[in-house]
Design a protein. Sequence first.
Length: 106
Amino acid sequence: MSDETEALVEAELEPHEPAPGEAEARSRVRSEATGMTHHQAVAALERVRAGVGDEADAEPPLRAALAEWYRIAELLAGHGGPYSCETDPYAQGQLTARHRSGPAGY
C-alpha cells in the first residue's frame, strides 16, 4: 500500500461525521465481503481500485468503500477464515456507536 493510500485509509477509518452515502457504502462492502476469504477480499479490493483512478479525488462513498475493502483484506490476512460482520470488532464497534448516537453516527 502506498503512503498516499495508507493515509487515505487511515483518514476514512477515523471517527467522523460521515458524508452522505459513506455508511451505506461500508455496509454494502461488508455485505459483499461476508463469507470471503483473504484472497477473495484482495481480488475485490483490486477490482475497486482499478475503477477508482485517483483515490484522493474519489467521492466520499467510494473512498469509504475502498477503505473498507482495505481494512477487511487486512483483517482477513491475520484471521484466515471467512469474513463475517458479526465477528469483525471494528464493524461491531461502529454499529454500537451508531446506535448510541442515533442515525447520524459514524
